[in-house]
Design a protein around this ligand. Structure first.
Ligand code: NFE
Ligand code: MG
Length: 573
């Protein structure tokens, strides 16, 4: 007899994600459904507005990758108007992207996903001295892992637990049989969890040096950047460099060794292996380092065949809505995309409760529409995007900066390349991507300084918008969760249509008209659960994508109801 498990909401992510699976008598997942239960409305909001404002609206899609949508909103308009910003502006944008990735990836591993691998309760029974010695197996100069330091970490977290308040560590499935680290290894990672809280502040400050604030920086403008005084200030550039080095040091001495430790411990754990889901991988070039060089290159691999890297044909991208709560089901190119809502609701059903018993509940209408996320497709096929796709494509293209880190990591972890096609691989590739940025991110800074010294102090290109003309343009790039594109049409000087096709939309897509699953759904098929009331293995797999459902839906309340009303009186400060 099959049984249904509903996980709603999936926590430690951004936005609202619901996962439903159907398991057989052996507790093996046979069907999986990914659903966003919240609708927003950004693409509708920018209609008929001045295209120069689009980036400011678009970055409100998300509070995590705000810079991604800001830049995408600006670049799509630049592309439509035929503007090439000056090199200083392009390199400054790279410095801001460095800050975003070096913030986002460590936070994902330590604060969001790491506790799927790290058992905090187990760490409390570790021997701090032994743990300190253990840390040297993964790094010559371990980060925050002296015996005294580890004892202090244990005492701090132990005091929480004694009060019966696990605080940020509450509601995890600690003690689950698929946790594989020893108490000492758990303690090492726990120390880095706490250190990462400090490091993320430093990374946010890096963004604010050029962006004025974080989240939602505000120094990009159509044509270039406005942070002229910061770019021309040696003190500001020096401040950026020292913060960058502080974060890079954490990546090298904590994040990298912890992933080696996790990969060794989980190298035989079936729930994190052989679950690529969708083996069509797509990434796009990002991190401009100089006039003609980018840190990561573009490419596409179909059916996991890394001997052939294809180039994107952007005309083949569509979004359809057979199983999404929108009116028009048809597969439309993003230049012609639509998002008129058509909410059909949930239906009555049964699922397993937290005690492992069947109980009456509302379930998704899996034959009909079941999510606010659209179904993006390439040539009619689902794609997987993200650090795994980016690292594998760049490895296949022999991008030296990537090959070096991948080969070292596989050697240190004792894993074959094929092991990367998995949850463990997604999690490791996110670290590898962060390390490649940490190892090379200052090239853009050096080139920016050299360019300014050569006498070029331009930061913005001149342009005019001809209201009698029709324009269309797009941004395609790589952001922390994968390939992102924004598409716009401009008519009579205002935005006629705007579509964002976002990484989490690609990965969290529902089925399409042919029943083809996206990466979240398909990676769960065949997964065997140890305990139906504690579906840690499902959460671990889904977390490995770093879901951002705020980004994925980006479209207010289904009825368009007012959610809040704020009146600001500037005279009151
Ligand atoms: Ni809200 Fe985002 C990133 C974008 S999402 S986090 O990275 O774009 O998939
Ligand atoms: Mg969209």
């Amino acid at each position: 007899m099959s049984q249904r498990i509903v996980i709603d909401p999936i926590t430690r992510i951004e936005g609202h994600l619901r996962i439903e699976v159907v398991v057989d008598d052996e507790n093996v997942v046979r069907e999986a459904y990914s659903s966003s239960t919240l609708w927003r409305g950004l693409e509708t909001i920018v209609k008929n507005r001045d295209p120069r404002d689009a980036g400011f609206f678009m970055q409100r899609i998300c509070g995590v990758c705000t810079f991604s949508h800001y830049k995408a909103g600006i670049v799509a308009v630049e592309n439509a108007l035929g503007i090439t910003p000056p090199l200083n502006a392009l390199l400054t944008r790279t410095l801001m992207a460095n800050a975003l990735f070096l913030h986002d990836h460590p936070v994902h591993f330590y604060q969001l996903h790491g506790l799927d691998f790290v058992d905090v309760v187990s760490a409390l029974s570790a021997d701090p001295k032994k743990a300190s010695e253990e840390a040297f197996k993964y790094c010559d100069t371990p980060y925050a892992c002296g015996a005294d330091k580890l004892k202090e970490v244990q005492d701090r977290v132990g005091a929480f637990v004694k009060k019966g308040a696990l605080g940020p560590f509450a509601n995890a499935y600690f003690g689950h049989p698929t946790y594989k680290l020893s108490p000492e290894q758990n303690l090492i990672a726990l120390s880095h969890y706490l250190e990462c809280l400090r490091i993320q502040r430093t990374a946010a400050q890096m963004m604010a040096i050029f962006g004025a604030k974080q989240p939602h920086p505000q120094s990009l403008t159509v044509g270039g950047v406005t942070c002229v005084m910061d770019i021309l200030s040696p003190a500001r550039l020096g401040e950026y460099m020292s913060k960058f080095k502080e974060v890079a040091d954490f990546v090298n001495r904590a994040y990298y060794p912890d992933l080696v430790m996790v990969a060794k411990a989980y190298g035989n754990e079936p729930s994190v292996l052989n679950d690529i889901g969708v083996a069509n991988l797509w990434t796009h070039q990002e991190f401009q380092l100089s006039k003609n060089e980018w840190l990561f290159q573009s490419g596409m691999i179909m059916n996991g065949d890394i001997s052939k890297v294809l180039e994107l044909d952007e005309n083949k991208i569509t979004e359809e809505a057979t199983h999404a709560w929108y009116k028009n089901d048809a597969a439309l190119h993003p230049y012609d995309g639509e998002q008129e809502p058509n909410y059909t609701g949930l239906q009555d059903g049964q699922s397993i409760d937290a005690h492992g018993k069947e109980a009456h509940t509302k379930v998704l209408d899996t034959q009909g529409k079941y999510t606010w996320i659209k179904a993006p497709r390439y040539d009619g096929k689902p794609l997987q995007v993200g650090p795994l796709a980016n690292i594998v494509v760049n490895y296949a293209k022999k991008n030296e900066r990537v090959v070096k880190v991948v080969d070292q990591f596989l050697k240190d972890a004792g894993l074959p390349l094929e092991a990367v096609f998995s949850t463990l691989g997604r999690t490791a590739c996110r670290m590898i991507e962060a390390k490649v940025v940490a190892d090379n991110g200052l090239i853009a800074l050096e080139n920016l300084i050299a360019n300014i010294k050569s006498g070029d102090t331009q930061t913005c290109a001149k342009y005019v918008i001809d209201n009698s003309k029709e324009y269309k343009g797009r941004y395609i790039g790589h952001v922390p969760r994968g390939a992102l594109s924004h598409w716009c049409r401009i008519e009579k000087g205002v935005i006629k249509n705007w579509q964002a096709v976002v990484p989490s939309t690609w990965n969290a897509t529902p089925k399409d008209k042919d029943g083809a699953m996206g990466a979240y759904e398909s990676c769960l098929i065949g997964l065997k659960l140890a305990d139906l009331s504690k579906p840690l293995e499902i959460i671990r797999r889904i977390h490995s994508f770093d879901p951002c459902i705020a980004c994925a839906v980006h479209v207010m309340d289904a009825k368009g109801a007012e959610l809040g009303c704020y009146r600001v009186d500037p005279s009151k400060g």
